[in-house]
Design a protein around this ligand. Structure first.
Ligand code: CA
Length: 229
């Protein structure tokens, strides 16, 4: 699934340039002209990454970053900060605010795309096209294929995304609400019970190769993918 990237930039020409080059690179770009607007959008659906301008009217980029980092739901959203000033102090402030990377204006679309790709690979591997393998279970996002010990496993689109997310974040427990945010991309319109239905379907599909045991229920917490029992 293509990563959704929220672009927070008040200058229309730069906002357009960034969004356009991200879309050309295959990402889905959402646009906000202020931090206030961006906060509303993040509340509605969690993006996979935020490209954030430092200088914004009203709430600054740094303040917006702090707010994201202060809330449990948004704490881990990867952030790339744009700044017009290259002074060391600014860079440090950018990093202190919890940014994963920063880019000094002016920058080329190619540089931006390279940084975005690097941050996503590190922080949101489920949005990249790299194949993952755990205990003989192999998932190839580019070819949309799953195999268990070499045997082809057929999955529906939601089960595929769910398995991709869990395989790229092994040994961690995710609540139903977190899975909705990460896999469905929107925590408002889907009931949490829906997760259980898709987990059940996923396990059933993995049963033929014995890999259903990887998908573990953690009582009163959520789900985890792990090779340990
Ligand atoms: Ca600006």
């Amino acid at each position: 699934m293509a990563a959704t990237i929220l672009v927070v930039e008040d200058e229309p020409a730069i906002q357009e340039l960034i969004s356009y080059s991200l879309e050309q690179a295959g990402y889905r770009a959402l646009r906000a002209a202020s931090a206030e607007e961006a906060l509303e959008m993040v509340r509605a659906a969690l993006p996979d990454l935020v490209v954030l301008d430092w200088m914004l009217p009203g709430m600054s980029g740094v303040e917006f970053a702090r707010r994201l980092r202060a809330e449990k739901r948004t704490r881990e959203v990867p952030l790339i900060m744009l700044t017009a000033r290259a002074e060391e102090q600014d860079k440090l402030r950018g990093l202190d605010s919890g940014a994963d990377d920063y880019i000094t204006k002016p920058f080329s679309p190619r540089e931006l795309n390279a940084r975005v790709k690097a941050v996503l690979r590190r922080r949101a591997p489920d949005t990249t096209d790299e194949a993952v393998e755990i205990a003989g279970l192999m998932l190839d996002p580019a070819g949309h294929r799953v195999t268990g010990g070499g045997t082809r496993i057929e999955l529906g689109p939601t089960e595929f995304r769910l398995l991709h997310f869990l395989m790229t974040h092994p040994d961690r427990v995710y609540t139903r609400a977190q899975l909705l945010d990460h896999v469905w991309g929107d925590h408002v319109f889907v009931e949490e019970r829906t997760i259980d239905v898709h987990i059940r379907r996923l396990r059933k599909a993995l049963e033929q190769t014995g890999h259903h045991r990887l998908i573990q229920t953690v009582r009163s917490a959520g789900y985890r993918l792990s090779v340990q029992g």
